[in-house]
Design a protein around this ligand. Structure first.
Ligand code: GLU
Length: 449
């Protein structure tokens, strides 16, 4: 490995030993950068890599809220403004009890490259809280969001940092967060949060965008392999907003998603989550706050496998769309044994590094990386910002068409960049190198700081 790359990597390993997800993502990206760093000796003098792994700013703040019984609870809020070289910081907020600084950093780092791949002017950030939305009433969620924004509002703004949703933060939470921002600042600031409801500045297709974008990326992969999406079966994990978008677009294009998963296990629906009623039921499941996928099995009379992951099911395509490290070595081996040929990552870092290396080594097996595949969500967020600043509204067709164009372009960048560096058809390295090059160029141009 390039000596400079290795030195920075070892520094990250030592410094962040207690934040393993962050180390994992840096290792994964750096592995692809060998040739680029070799070709740019000037990066070492400017300590480009050392700067790249250090978040520009990161805040923690106290979030106190009262439950419906009037009892106060205290959580920690975070915002990690990782890299603003190519545009205002941009990235989602995650509300989940396991949120800690290492998760914020890993997501902010990933976001930086993902946002660069979109070709749009957005920097990388992530935020959230260790708050658990499961089982909370609507009023409790509102009070939590208001308290969260009362601390966050002073650090964000349309030209500073534009948060959005992520796990545990959907349309309802964004509404409360935006409302509190407006109340505190006394202005209707354009584009300060994305994923807003359509009635107050949101973009059509934003709710569907991550899932739709992932399926558009998949279509590109299949086309390059002389295959069509029509009739294909997809094993997916998760049952949230992203998975909903995948099911909906797959259904429109004649493919079917046959598995969904939650913290309680997975369901197998051989007919596919492929009717209007089934797809819309996913939204109901999410809105119930129960965080259980078994509800789907009970409602539609399909099999439920408690405590298991869906990776042993027969399918053409796998799309992990739940959370990080969902696919470990044992699952990766099952996927290969079951004849899955296309592994399309959707959630951020859904695969452990050893499982990813194993899958990438398989003959005739295609791995597509999440930072490219799931970039459609944030890309449409940037389109929402554009519409807000132009004070107009684009039609669903217009946004969808733009999204498709962006995803086609991201796919091509992955393919062409890998080929340019003599790596053959390697979507993982192609995405890492292409994202890195854009950020590196912007950082070098702006001087050393
Ligand atoms: N949380 C989503 C992501 O990881 C969306 C971010 C955004 O729209 O800003 O890309």
């Amino acid at each position: 490995m390039n000596a400079y790359l290795e030195r920075v990597l070892n520094h990250v390993r030592a410094k962040y030993a207690a934040e393993p997800e962050f180390v994992q993502t840096v290792e994964e990206v750096f592995e692809s950068l060998e040739f680029v760093i070799d070709a740019h000796p000037e990066y070492e003098k400017a300590d480009l890599l050392g700067r790249l792994v250090e978040p520009e700013r990161m805040f923690t703040f106290r979030v106190v809220w009262t439950d419906d019984q009037g009892i106060a609870h205290t959580n920690t809020g975070y915002r990690c403004q990782f890299n603003g070289a190519i545009g205002p910081y941009k990235g989602g907020l995650r509300f989940r009890p396991t949120v800690y600084p290492g998760e914020m950093k890993f997501l902010g780092f990933e976001q930086t490259f993902k946002n660069a791949l979109t070709g749009l002017p957005i920097g990388g950030a992530k935020g959230g809280s260790d708050f658990d939305p499961t089982g909370k009433s609507d009023a409790e969620i509102m009070r939590f969001c208001q308290s969260f924004m009362s601390a966050l509002y002073r650090y964000i703004g349309p030209d500073i940092d534009v948060p959005a949703g992520d796990i545990g933060v959907g349309g309802r939470e964004i509404g409360y967060l935006f409302g509190q921002y407006r109340r505190l600042k006394g202005v209707w600031e354009n584009g300060v949060i994305t994923g807003k409801g359509f009635s107050y500045g949101g973009s059509l297709i934003r709710p569907e965008a991550t899932g739709y974008g992932a399926v558009y990326y998949l279509e590109n992969v299949l086309k390059d392999h002389g295959e069509s999406i029509q009739g294909k079966t997809i094993a997916a994990s998760g049952f949230g907003n992203v998975c909903w978008g995948i099911c909906k677009k797959a259904m429109q294009l004649g493919a079917k998603v046959v598995t969904l998963s939650g913290p309680d296990g997975y369901i197998y629906d051989p007919d596919g989550v492929a009717t209007e009623e089934k797809v819309e039921y996913l939204l109901e499941m999410r809105a119930s706050g129960r965080n259980r996928v078994q509800d789907y099995a009970d409602k539609f009379g399909v099999q439920f496998f408690p405590g298991e992951k869906p990776w042993g099911v027969k399918a053409d395509i796998a799309m992990p769309a739940a959370m990080q490290n969902d696919v470990k070595m044992d699952s990766a081996e099952k996927l290969v044994a079951n004849g899955v040929k296309y592994y399309i990552e959707v959630a951020n870092m859904p695969t452990t590094n050893d499982a990813l290396a194993y899958l990438r080594k398989q003959e005739g097996f295609v791995v597509a990386p999440s930072k490219a595949v799931n970039a459609g969500g944030v890309a449409v967020s940037a389109l929402e910002m554009s519409q807000n600043s132009e004070r107009l509204v684009w039609s669903a067709e217009e946004v969808d068409e733009k999204l498709r164009g962006i995803m086609n372009n991201i796919y091509r960048q992955c393919v062409d960049t890998a080929a340019e560096y003599g790596l053959g058809y390697d979507l993982v390295s192609g995405a890492n190198i292409a994202g890195f090059k854009r950020v590196a160029e912007a950082m070098m141009a702006q001087g050393i700081f």
